[in-house]
Write a protein that binds this ligand. Structure first.
Ligand code: HEC
Ligand code: HEC
Length: 385
């Protein structure tokens, strides 16, 4: 007969067994998954210099742009600055589903962190360079203004702006309003090019994986590792969210409704390509400072296709935990809502030619938690107060 002590030992083992059975297995990655993870870095990237902008990277231009970005005198009512919507304390977003300037705008305010060096700007890619995208709000009556004349007048009449303009561009503001306004936009672009998100817990994991440092890898939470496995594996998220910025920089339809209000739709990329074709402020136009003009190639070769209807730019995911609400129309409030969207994906909503890349993931509660946990590690922890 077993003694009381032996029985107790058996009971202890028996109690421990289910606990062991429930402990999640350690996360392992296939070679293909490892390659995809490594491609999401390194971070930070090298500094951006834009050859189409002659003041890109210049210290005086960055300083001038910093001032202009927060200066409401550039708006026609004297009350709206870039920082009204791109608020530095909110990761350069506004926390609203759709932006509110002089009037209500149809789209969500994206961050301007890590904004330099992209091929297309705006949710619809209506601009092929950062200075044209920076000029747009100044002349858009829903955001800040009514045309280039107001911007040029502000620079000519306010002594402090005029002085800085001369220091950056080496001449007084010329008579041509459009030239002055584009210069202002180029200083704004120079400033935004230096706005970069810091390194994140994901970057530490990615670098540890690159050098085979198991101890450092183990510091990355298990839930985030499982979510990462879904992201680069079964979830196929890296089909579109790839590279150090987590975007391929192109346009896709993921089934977000594109009705702005009953009877009015946002055609997304389709309208963006039309606007691009009609703009003078592209890399193929007269304001490109790059004598070689080489970067205009993608713009010259872009063509309008039916499938572009309802496509929007793939947003980068760095700092994504700080930029809610989500999507071009701000229709999803939290990261959990975004992951649920991909999990239950309404395939009938993928219009046009459809996105064959996307399939509903059918994640359970734990799978959703894990993917959210991973997305949260793409932001640096907030500094302690
Ligand atoms: C009324 C709110 C509002 C104001 C003011 C505003 N923006 Fe924006 N910004 C937006 C919205 C909304 C978008 C998306 C536009 C679109 O896709 O059509 C955007 C997009 C951008 C982008 C493109 C980001 C990307 O990843 O494609 C840049 C750059 C930008 N704004 C810079 C500026 C600058 C510079 C100013 C000041 C001159 C400014 N914005 C003023 C709301 C605003
Ligand atoms: C077919 C390309 C594609 C795939 C695959 C894809 N996405 Fe996206 N993602 C997009 C596009 C396009 C948007 C913006 C859609 C819109 O606004 O209408 C987006 C938006 C997002 C956003 C919101 C970001 C913001 O700032 O608003 C998150 C988060 C996100 N995706 C995560 C994921 C995850 C997680 C997966 C994998 C389960 C995934 N994506 C797979 C193209 C894709």
């Amino acid at each position: 007969m077993a003694s009381a002590r032996q029985l107790a030992a058996i009971a202890l083992v028996a109690a421990a067994v289910p606990a062991i059975a429930q402990a999640p297995p350690p996360v392992t990655f296939t070679d293909a998954e490892v390659r995809r993870i490594l491609s999401l870095g390194p971070w930070p990237p090298p500094p951006v210099v834009d050859p189409s902008n002659r003041v890109s990277g210049k210290a005086e231009a960055i300083a001038f742009g910093t001032r202009l970005f927060a200066d409401p005198r550039l708006s026609t009512n004297g009350a709206i600055a870039c920082t009204t919507c791109h608020q530095p304390g909110r990761a350069f977003t506004d926390g609203l589903p759709r932006a509110q300037g002089l009037a209500r705008v149809d789209r969500n305010t994206p961050t301007v962190n890590d904004v330099g060096g992209q091929r297309w700007y705006g949710w619809d890619g209506a601009h092929d360079n950062l200075w044209a995208q920076s000029l747009r709000p100044l002349v858009d009556p829903r955001e800040m203004g009514d045309g280039v004349a107001h911007v040029a007048a502000a620079v000519r009449t306010h002594g402090d702006l005029r002085e800085r303009y001369v220091a950056v561009f080496g001449r007084p503001p010329p008579a041509d309003d459009e030239v002055v306004a584009v210069d202002v936009a180029k200083a704004l672009a120079a400033y935004q090019e230096v706005l970069a998100t810091p390194r994140t817990p994901f970057d530490d994991f990615r670098d540890a994986l690159a050098r085979g440092d198991a101890a450092a890898m183990a510091r990355y939470p298990q839930a985030a590792q499982r979510g990462l496995k879904t992201f680069v594996g079964a979830g196929n998220c890296t089909a579109c969210h790839l590279g150090p910025r987590f975007t391929n920089g192109e346009f896709h339809d993921i089934g977000i409704p594109f009705f702005v209000e009953p009877g009015r739709v946002d055609p997304g990329r389709h309208a963006g390509i039309r606007r691009l074709g009609a703009s003078r402020h592209t890399l193929t136009g007269p304001f490109n400072d790059d004598p070689v003009r080489a970067p205009g190639t993608s713009t010259r070769h872009v063509s309008l296709e039916h499938r572009n209807y309802g496509e929007f730019k793939v947003p980068g995911l760095r700092n994504v935990a700080r930029t809610a609400p989500y999507m071009h129309n701000g229709s999803l409030a939290t990261l959990r809502d975004v992951v649920r969207h991909y999990s239950d994906l309404p395939e009938d909503r993928l219009h046009a030619d459809g996105e064959r890349i996307l399939k509903p993931l059918g994640l359970d509660r734990y799978g959703i938690d894990d993917l959210v946990a991973f997305l949260e590690t793409l932001s640096a922890p907030l500094p302690r107060p």
